[in-house]
Design a protein around this ligand. Structure first.
Ligand code: NAP
Ligand code: MG
Length: 515
């Protein structure tokens, strides 16, 4: 039984006072941009010559801030500092550890609008998306803290006469946390605090596109009373510092969220036992998706269209859960497609700092070029029915783009694009729809829009994804309500924000005493 927690509410920006608070926060954050943040190792600050510069993807000229860039030397120091701090932190009362997370959550809640404004700047998130990211960060802290308190006494097992048995969870060791840039606050915070509250110490290597929110979060944890060395902050290049941290013989856990490519690389490298290593590493790897909204012939057309739209274009499709495929029954195909085009073309895209903007830019030049490349492929493979243009003169803007009439095996039906592009494919039965929905190497999320009870039951069994939703969008999992993680090449199905998550960071110990 989990100690009850109601998730952090989303901010209603139709309320004027909330709109004003957000505008004020954006102004405040704008006035504070451009700061430089050091590495933090064992509580000490290190400033390097070389920097990672974070820019606003909606306005390339605007520097959000910069961070020092760690070398392998720093990575080594960070591992050593984490190993040293572990010897005390591992024996700290779990309730005390949890309290640090509660205090950090309270701090973020007090400054919620400012954090949300920073996410608008650093990742180009529209208000609603940025607000949800901040709320999820708060939720991870609240939820994992409660879960640790609950796990502190272990789980009941049987004792025979003359024997006292217990089953407890103990910390694992030094954890390397490697988050992506897309949930720059929530996932970064989640994969940092989960190992910490479980009694491990962390070396955090943030995504290079979003290091500023991570630097600020490390400050929040320090203010909340986290002892020196329990979290160490080492921004750096994935290939240089990332490999080094993953390979290190002291590293006990690697918790990663990001692409299939990097995730599988980490999985392989962590499996190799290095000289001096005295344990097997554990890898938590949550990776990409190619997620499908299935639309049945018996359905609410408006709900289907809204679900496809929201799933495809929320945060410009830059979610692992993004519904980049709509698999629609031929009887309703034209109607649904037409309605998605209408909804999409009625939305405002552009500057995410404006309250009315639905969709902002994509994260950087690399993403922009990759997505535009897929749009060219889409033009060959299918019929472009909306959007298709990009403009990277000021920021990295791409129109919400819809392709129709795709073969299920087409590249834009199979490969993760990670941008505002959705592909429609027509099917002639529900069975065929489920077959197409399952035909990629991924298995992260999916949605089914149907009024047919029998089809709901079929999908529950046969639609092979980690998060399956009915009559709604396939994005927007909430901590504690929709534990999140995928099958197949979407990762290790760790189910972040779920009841089994924390124990992945711990070693269960059986203790038996004979009287
Ligand atoms: P990415 O390119 O794989 O990067 C993720 C993290 O890995 C970054 O911090 C990156 O550092 C680091 N990295 C790169 N090379 C590394 C190496 N050799 N060793 C160790 N770390 C390395 O992914 P992304 O572009 O940030 O995020 C988008 C991807 O994340 C998408 O595929 C999306 O589906 C996936 N995602 C999955 C979930 C989920 O829960 N399943 C959630 C969100 C996102 P640098 O930034 O310095 O390169
Ligand atoms: Mg940036």
């Amino acid at each position: 039984m989990t100690i009850p927690y109601r998730h952090e509410p989303f901010t209603d920006f139709s309320i004027q006072s909330n709109r004003e608070a957000m505008e004020a926060a954006l102004e405040k954050v704008s006035g504070e941009l451009g700061k430089d943040y050091p590495l933090v190792i064992g509580g000490e600050r290190f400033v390097t010559e070389e920097k990672i510069v974070s820019i606003n993807p909606a306005n390339k000229e605007e520097v959000v801030g910069s961070v020092s860039k760690a070398t392998r030397d720093h990575a080594e120091k960070a591992i050593q500092a984490a190993a040293e701090a572990f010897e005390e932190w591992r024996y700290t009362d779990p309730v005390e550890r949890a309290n640090i997370l509660f205090r950090a959550a309270a701090h973020v809640r007090r400054k919620k609008f400012e954090f949300t404004a920073l996410l608008v700047k650093e990742a180009g998130k529209p208000w609603k998306e940025a607000d949800a990211d901040t709320a999820e960060a708060i939720d991870f802290m609240e939820y994992y803290a409660r879960q640790m308190i609950e796990l502190a006494g272990g789980k009941p097992i049987n004792s025979r006469e003359g024997e006292s048995n217990s089953f407890v969870y103990t910390p694992s060791g030094v954890t390397v946390s490697i988050p992506p840039w897309n949930f720059l606050f929530a996932i970064m915070a989640g994969i940092t605090v989960a190992p910490i509250v479980a009694g491990n110490t962390v070396v955090l290597k943030p995504a290079s596109a979003s290091p500023i929110i991570a630097a600020k979060f490390v400050e929040v944890l320090e203010e909340a009373g986290l002892p020196k060395g329990v979290v160490n902050f080492v921004p750096g290049s994935g290939s240089e510092v990332g490999d080094y941290l993953v390979d290190h013989p002291i590293t006990s856990i690697v918790t990663f969220t990001g692409s299939r490519e990097v995730g599988t690389r980490i999985f392989e490298r962590a499996a190799k036992v290095q000289p001096g290593q005295t344990h097997l590493k554990r890898v938590i790897a949550e990776m990409g998706g190619k997620d499908t909204v299935v639309v049945d012939d018996d359905c609410d057309i408006e709900l289907a269209a809204q679900s496809i739209f929201t799933s495809a274009f929320g945060f410009a499709g830059q979610k692992c859960s993004a519904g980049s495929r709509a698999v629609v029954h031929e009887k309703v195909y034209d109607q649904v497609l037409q309605r998605v085009i209408e909804i999409t073309e009625s939305q405002i895209t552009g500057n995410p700092e404006k309250a009315e903007t639905y969709m902002g830019p994509v994260i950087d030049q690399g993403s922009f070029d990759k997505i535009m490349g897929y749009i060219e492929i889409g033009k060959e493979e299918g019929r472009l029915v909306s959007g298709g243009k990009g403009d990277d003169s000021k920021g990295y803007f791409i129109e919400p783009t819809i392709f129709a009439d795709l073969d299920p095996q087409a590249r834009i039906m199979q490969e993760e694009i990670f941008g505002p592009v959705v592909a429609f494919s027509k099917v002639s039965s529900f069975d065929e729809a489920i077959e197409v929905a399952n035909n990629t190497e991924y298995g992260l999320t999916g949605a089914v829009i149907t009024n047919n009870r029998k089809h709901i039951e079929v999908a529950k069994q046969k639609f092979h994804v980690g998060n399956l939703y009915f009559n709604r969008n396939c994005t927007g999992a909430i901590v504690g309500y929709h534990p999140f993680g995928g099958f197949k090449m979407s990762g290790t199905d760790s189910k972040a924000g779920g009841p089994d998550y924390l124990i992945l960071h711990m070693l269960a110990k059986t203790i038996s005493e004979t009287y």
